[in-house]
Design a protein around this ligand. Structure first.
Ligand SMILES: Nc1ncnc2c1ncn2[C@@H]1O[C@H](COP(=O)(O)OP(=O)(O)OP(=O)(O)O)[C@@H](O)[C@H]1O
Ligand code: SF4
Ligand SMILES: [Mg+2]
Length: 308
C-alpha cells in the first residue's frame, strides 16, 4: 500500500464571485515510507490548498469537487488518518502558555496515556532528536529563537507519530543558514522515523535539497512529476525548464538571472488550451485550443503537447 495516493483531485472555493477551482485534476504519489515529495510552484498556484486537502484541514468555504486522497490505502474522506502539518509560522502553532517540554509531554499524556513523569522523559528524548538541549524544556515559545521554535515543532510532530507529514514552507521565515540546518534536520528525522512527507515550497533549489521526488504545480495542475534527479537532469515541461533556468548558480557564469516572463494566471481566468501558453517560449497552435493531459513519459508524468 502506498503512503500517499492522490487521484484526480479537484478543490474549489466558494467566493463572492462564485465557485473557483484552484486545484484541478491533481494526481500524485508517495511510493515508500520516509519518501519526501516536494510540491513546487509559484505563489497562488494552489500548493497550500492541496496541502490542506491532504491534511483534512480545508476551510469551510472549500469543497472537494472530485477525486480521491488515500493514505496507506485509507480514503481520508471516510477514515481517520493522522496527518501532522508543519506551517511557516511556528509561533502560531505552539501554545504560548505552555513550556516547550510541557507541550511535547502533553501529546504523550493525552494520546499515549503516559504518566506526567514518563511523558516528560519522552519529551526530553524528542528534544534531543531535534538537536535541542534539555534546558529548553522549561522555556516558553517566545523565549526561544525562530529556528529553535521550528525544531520544537518538529519534535512535537514526531511525538504525534503521524502517518504522514505535510510541511508548508516551514523554513521561509528563517534566515538562510538556519533554514539549511532545519532542512537537513527535517530530512534526517523523517528518514529515521520512516514517515512520508509532502514538502511544499516555491523554491525549486530548496526542493532539490530535501526531496526525493518533485511535482511541479502550475495554475492548479501538476505539469510535471518525477524523481528529483530526472527533474534536474532532464526537465521536460517548458515551465520546469524555466524554473530551473531561474535558479542562481555559482558554477555557471551568467550575466543576468533568467526571469520567467509574465505572471501566472489567476484561478477563474485560466487561458484556453494550455494554462502556460502566454508564458511558454515554444507554444504552438494546438497549445491555444486544446488542454494537454498528464501523460506518462519515461517513468515520470508531463502535461504538455510536446510529448505523446
Ligand atoms: N479560503 C480561501 N477562499 C477563497 N480563495 C482562496 C482561499 N484560500 C486561498 N484561496 C485562493 O486560492 C488560490 C490558491 O491559493 P493557495 O494558498 O493554495 O496558493 P499557494 O500556492 O499556497 O500560494 P503561496 O505560495 O502564496 O502560499 C489563490 O488564488 C488564493 O487566492
Ligand atoms: S502545451 Fe504548449 S504552451 Fe503548454 S507547455 Fe507545452 S508547448 Fe508550452
Ligand atoms: Mg501557500
Amino acid at each position: 500500500m502506498k503512503p500517499l495516493e492522490i487521484r484526480n483531485l479537484s478543490v474549489e472555493y466558494l467566493t463572492a464571485g462564485g465557485l473557483i477551482r484552484v486545484v484541478d485534476d491533481v494526481s500524485i504519489d508517495i511510493s515508500e515510507r520516509g519518501e519526501i515529495l516536494a510540491i513546487v510552484g509559484e505563489s497562488g498556484c494552489g500548493k497550500s490548498t492541496l496541502g490542506l486537502a491532504i491534511a483534512g484541514l480545508l476551510p469551510s468555504n472549500a469543497r472537494i469537487a472530485g477525486g480521491q486522497i488515500k493514505i496507506f490505502g485509507k480514503d481520508v474522506a471516510t477514515n481517520k488518518v493522522r496527518v501532522a502539518v508543519i506551517f511557516q509560522d511556528a509561533l502560531a502553532s505552539l501554545n504560548p502558555l505552555l513550556t516547550v517540554g510541557e507541550q511535547i509531554a502533553e501529546i504523550y499524556e493525552h494520546h499515549f496515556r503516559m504518566t506526567k513523569k514518563e511523558a516528560l522523559e519522552e519529551a526530553k528524548k524528542r528534544l534531543k532528536d531535534v538537536g535541542l538541549p534539555p534546558s529548553l524544556m522549561d522555556r516558553y515559545p517566545h523565549e526561544i529563537s525562530g529556528g529553535q521554535r521550528q525544531r520544537a515543532l518538529i519534535a512535537m510532530t514526531i511525538a504525534m507519530e503521524p502517518e504522514l507529514i505535510v510541511a508548508d514552507e516551514p523554513t521561509t521565515a528563517l534566515d538562510v543558514t538556519i533554514q539549511a540546518k532545519v532542512l537537513i534536520l527535517l530530512r534526517d528525522i523523517v528518514k529515521r522515523y520512516g514517515v512520508p512527507m509532502v514538502y511544499i515550497t516555491h523554491d525549486l533549489s530548496l526542493a532539490s535539497q530535501i526531496a526525493d521526488s518533485i511535482a511541479v504545480m502550475y495554475a492548479g495542475q501538476i505539469v510535471e512529476s518525477s524523481d528529483k534527479f530526472s527533474i534536474f537532469k532532464e526537465p521536460r515541461h517548458p515551465y520546469t525548464q524555466a524554473l530551473l533556468k531561474s535558479i542562481p548558480r555559482i558554477d555557471i557564469d551568467v550575466d543576468e538571472l533568467y526571469i520567467i516572463r509574465g505572471e501566472p494566471p489567476l484561478p477563474g481566468s485560466f487561458p484556453k488550451g494550455c494554462r502556460f501558453n502566454p508564458r511558454c517560449p515554444v507554444a504552438f497552435k494546438n497549445c491555444f485550443y486544446e488542454e494537454p493531459a498528464l501523460k506518462m513519459v519515461d517513468g515520470g508524468y508531463v502535461r504538455c503537447h510536446l510529448y505523446g
